[in-house]
Design a protein around this ligand. Structure first.
Ligand SMILES: C[S@@+](CC[C@H](N)C(=O)[O-])C[C@H]1O[C@@H](n2cnc3c(N)ncnc32)[C@H](O)[C@@H]1O
Length: 322
């Protein structure tokens, strides 16, 4: 499939003015809403060996593979590749150091079940934040990498991805980033101190714990049905709890994919059961935007937002029972 990157480009690669990041970063030159495509780009290089390597670095066979892939690149791609940053100057070959610093996870490709990584001319310039405003996804149909907004991004703001699991507490994230990517994270979340930092760690731990629970769609349906059929349970019991989960994920900018999906689905169903049309629309639109960022399309949520009264859950809590 052809690429869909908007023309002219709606971002620029610049040196961050605040000096907090090493090297360059990507900045928005337009406003983006949640789910909007910021850019789409084919990789300079794709390799079947995904980084980072084990504690002993890459084997000689890995290094030979990197060299073989590099040698197949077109000259213009090689020049672009060599101009990317290298946080591993001690690696025996520069090509491997650049790969370590810049590869993004692509996952399996048809014909190869292992994990692949890709290096990109522009996407690999995106700095890390533990409270990112964008997400990377591999789009097989166009054989390219896509970056979508995960939060509203205003013109002039820097675009960030997360390189590590954001549910970890600050200290663990910092150590992971130092070990795997050789930098001290200076993102807004890592700059929090004292009670602010403790509160952030607590909320992330809570998000991780919830995500590890049985939060399947089936469980959601069982919970919503149990609540609709028991008038003794408080009317806003389900929505109040789910709104708190959602608010914490939004405030931390930790949009844990599995948990977000279930929380928004739970909210849509509970609001429908309460005949709260605006509640369903708001949550279904949010779910549609996030799905666009994660899977490339709205996942059917726009149809729910367009017609909340058509859902199976409509009025289940408010209608008289026989
Ligand atoms: C994929 S590159 C990102 C683009 C890079 N800044 C450049 O100039 O090409 C990753 C490197 O950028 C720097 N970097 C990324 N995020 C950072 C952060 N939150 N704090 C400090 N340095 C960061 C580190 O040197 C890291 O190894």
């Amino acid at each position: 499939m052809p690429l869909k990157t908007p023309s002219p480009l709606r971002y620029r690669i610049l040196q961050p003015a605040d000096g907090r990041y090493i090297g360059l970063g990507m900045f928005a030159t337009a406003d983006f809403d949640v789910g909007d495509l910021i850019l789409q780009e084919r990789a300079l290089l794709i390799t079947t060996q995904f980084i980072p390597p084990g504690p002993n670095g890459y084997s000689a066979a890995d290094a030979a593979l990197h060299m073989a892939v590099y040698e197949q690149m077109l000259p213009a791609c090689r020049t672009a590749y060599l101009s990317l940053s290298n946080s591993f100057p001690s690696e025996q070959q520069e090509i491997t150091g650049i790969l370590n610093t810049n590869a993004l996870y692509i996952g399996a490709l048809p014909g190869y079940d292992g994990a692949c990584g890709g290096v990109f001319n522009d996407i690999s310039r995106i700095n890390h934040s533990c409270c990112p405003n964008a997400v990377f996804r591999w789009d097989l149909a166009s054989f390219s990498g896509q970056v979508h907004a995960l939060a509203p991004v205003r013109c002039g703001e820097q675009i960030y991805l997360s390189y590590v699991d954001m549910c970890n507490p600050r200290k663990v994230r910092q150590q992971l980033l130092l070990d795997k990517y050789k930098f001290h994270c200076t993102c807004a979340s890592c700059m929090l101190r004292g009670a602010g930092s403790q509160y952030s760690d607590l909320r992330r731990a809570f998000i991780a714990a919830q995500a590890a629970e049985d939060i399947s769609e089936r469980k959601t349906d069982d919970d919503v049905l149990a609540w609709t059929s028991n008038p003794a349970l408080p009317e806003r019991m389900l929505v109040d709890a789910a709104e708190i989960w959602l608010a914490w994920m939004l405030e931390e900018r930790v949009m844990e994919e599995r948990l977000c999906r279930v929380v928004l689905s739970r909210l849509c169903k509970a609001y429908a059961a309460l005949e709260d049309e605006e509640g369903v629309k708001r949550c279904a639109r949010h779910a549609a935007a996030l799905e666009k960022a994660w899977i490339g399309h709205d996942g059917g949520w726009l149809a729910v937002a367009a017609n909340p009264r058509n859902t199976l859950w409509w009025g289940l809590r408010t209608m008289p029972r026989f």
